[in-house]
Design a protein around this ligand. Structure first.
Ligand code: ADP
Ligand code: MG
Length: 235
């Protein structure tokens, strides 16, 4: 569904990714894990058109999207949830969801879609009129995930969705992704510092070290891999 072929990218002429190859198949949850500073967020930014890809290609559903910007990717069916919180605290939960459909002018369509999302996230429905700033960390993340679903994407790209969440909330959030995978058929590419939790729910994973894929396999195979365990799962 999504393929990176020899992606080289970085900042200001300095390469961080040195030829990253990876593939996400339809319906999978794929995790990208690796030590701090290894280039995980750079992969996210390269796919999502936030930095320029110097060499290599990104292909989504047989379409070359290497030079696509954020809006083009959204229209193509890939939504994103970036690392830093993008919830607008002084706007209501409902208004935050509306923003996820700013590309759509048909109000009735927006309303229907918000109702669908509220069904998926009952906690957001209860708090629809509250300012998003009053939500807990877990509820904010749910709001961001809900908002990324507004344009009905086939794939969601997430950077560190567990940041700021307790271990229990992290677990709940990942279970929610699995639920969306099963019920809505959404494909996920999840970048995570929290390798253990991410690999537990991932169908497959990629370990990135110094801007290159060092290991790949099923989530459980990577969790059991001696070298992966030693280098950053804490033995
Ligand atoms: P990770 O997400 O795996 O922790 P990043 O992809 O954020 O790592 O960073 C990889 C490398 O790129 C790091 O050495 C970091 O300092 C560098 N880097 C990240 N963002 C920028 C930037 N905006 N400008 C210059 N260097 C950056
Ligand atoms: Mg990062």
């Amino acid at each position: 569904m999504l393929e990176l072929k020899g992606v080289v990218a970085g900042y200001g002429g300095f390469d961080i990714l040195h030829g990253v190859n990876l593939e996400v198949r339809k319906g999978e949850i794929v995790a990208i894990v690796g030590p701090n500073g290894s280039g995980k967020s750079t992969v996210f930014k390269a796919i999502y058109g936030l930095i320029k890809i110097r060499l290599g290609d990104v292909v989504f559903e047989n379409q070359n999207v290497t030079s696509f910007g954020t809006q083009d990717l959204l229209r193509a069916g890939i939504a994103m949830v970036p690392q830093l919180s993008t919830v607008f605290p002084s706007m209501s939960v409902y208004e935050n969801l509306e923003l996820g459909m700013y590309l759509v002018k048909d109000k009735a369509q927006v309303k229907r879609r918000i109702n669908d999302i509220m069904e998926l996230f009952p906690r957001l429905a209860e708090r629809r009129a509250q300012n998003a700033g009053t939500l807990s960390g877990g509820e904010r993340r749910a709001l961001e995930i809900g908002r990324s679903l507004m344009l009905n994407p086939r794939m969601i790209l997430m950077d560190e969705p567990s940041v700021g969440l307790s271990p229990i909330l992290t677990n709940n959030m990942f279970l929610q992704l699995q639920e969306l995978q099963k019920t809505a058929g959404i494909t996920f590419l999840v970048i995570e510092q929290n390798a253990r939790s991410a690999l537990k729910i991932a169908d497959r994973g990629y370990v990135i070290q110094r801007g290159l894929v060092s290991h790949t396999g099923t989530g459980s195979a990577l969790l059991a891999d001696d070298e992966v365990r030693r280098s950053f799962l804490g033995g």
